[in-house]
Ligand binder design. Structure first.
Ligand code: HEC
Ligand code: HEC
Length: 305
């Protein structure tokens, strides 16, 4: 309710709720008794079906009426105890997510007390040792499925633009501490667009050269031109003279038959023309060092059985 900027909507909700409840009370109260004739017999409603089937004006059975009353008392009691009636806070100030004493905060605190020592134990261990611990790996995997699988896949094998974390090929390096740094700080891939510099033909030549590096079919005349463009346009500055990449800036090895974005000529042309900026989010603030430690160990264990 605090999300409403003006008090008007709080009042609006309160008035609507109060009126609805009062209306229910009124309808119930006025239907507790049926209509009786002077002789004490129930009157007829006056509705007739199938020529002679009539309906007496009797009230509903008592137990049924009481059930309706109970729902009304429940509503009033509920809105007294819990927030819900406009912006009232409820008797005990219960909140799902706001404030230090909210249900969320209390559950987080309980979890922290329960798991904190376990996290602390692993955090003080060497990543390689943690990666060999079955319990730790299971915890790492659970977190991976929660926080990482939507991008890297539940088997960590990645997808177009999202690197495979289960193989031995690394953009930034596969040493345990490097993996941890990738997760803690995030990574920003920076492949600039070369469309303006080399044009459509140049991009095609470059694509043929890049494909030739990993033994894919290519036009050798174009690949020859591409190899010159590769030097002239400074591709070598990032991918290296031999095109095997540079882990310091996450420039992929272009000779290893492993593709982040795809190997088809059209895809490589697209990569060269428009550039690529893969972004790995930073997890330090959200997960904290201890959880990232477990995640790094888990990721490391995938390619170091
Ligand atoms: C929003 C998508 C996304 C999520 C979520 C995500 N990642 Fe990434 N991650 C990426 C991308 C994209 C890259 C590659 C960055 C680049 O292209 O330079 C990457 C790179 C990495 C790398 C470096 C890989 C290498 O080859 O050097 C590691 C390790 C990694 N992610 C682990 C994780 C873990 C662990 C999580 C969960 C805490 C996670 N990622 C969550 C998108 C994501
Ligand atoms: C400033 C450094 C830099 C320069 C210059 C550069 N690249 Fe890249 N390149 C990268 C990075 C970083 C990536 C990975 C992008 C990502 O992670 O999103 C990349 C990715 C690629 C890919 C995708 C590889 C795959 O596995 O899908 C190709 C192909 C490529 N570059 C070719 C080239 C060519 C050809 C040139 C020169 C015209 C070039 N690059 C110049 C840094 C560079």
């Amino acid at each position: 309710m605090a999300d409403f900027v003006s008090g008007f909507w709080n009042m609006w909700v309160m008035v609507l709720v109060a009126l609805s409840l009062l209306f229910c009370v009124f309808v119930l109260a006025s239907n507790m008794k049926g209509e009786k004739s002077e002789s004490g017999e129930a009157k007829l409603h006056g509705h007739v079906w199938d020529e002679n089937l009539c309906e007496y004006n009797n009230p509903l059975p008592r137990w049924w009426m009481y059930l309706f009353w109970i729902t009304i008392f429940f509503a009033v009691a509920y809105m007294t105890v819990f927030p819900g009636f406009g912006n009232t806070k409820g008797l005990f100030g219960w909140s799902s997510a706001h404030g230090e004493n909210s249900q969320y905060a209390r559950e987080m605190k309980a979890a922290e007390e329960k798991y904190g020592p376990i996290f602390a134990k692993y955090q003080s261990q060497d990543l390689q040792a943690v990666a060999a611990d079955r319990e730790a790996k299971a915890m790492g995997q659970r977190m991976f499925l929660t926080y990482c699988a939507q991008c890297h896949g539940s088997d960590a094998k990645g997808a177009k633009g999202f690197p495979n974390l289960a193989d031995k090929d690394w953009l930034y390096g596969g040493a345990p501490e490097t993996i941890k740094a990738s997760i803690l700080e995030g990574r920003q891939g920076m492949m600039p667009p070369f469309g303006p510099a080399v044009g459509a033909e140049g991009a095609k030549d470059l694509a043929n050269y890049v494909r030739s590096l990993s033994g894919l079919t290519h036009d050798s005349a174009r690949a020859q031109k591409g190899s010159e463009l590769f030097v002239q346009n400074g591709c070598v500055g990032c991918h290296g003279m031999d095109a095997t990449g540079n882990q310091a800036i996450g420039a992929p090895n272009l000779t290893d038959k492993i593709w982040l974005y795809g190997s088809s000529e059209a895809t490589v042309i697209e990569t060269v023309t428009n550039g690529r900026q893969g972004k790995m989010p930073k997890w330090k603030d959200f997960l904290g060092d201890a959880k990232v430690h477990l995640l790094a160990a888990y990721v490391y264990s995938l390619s170091n059985k």
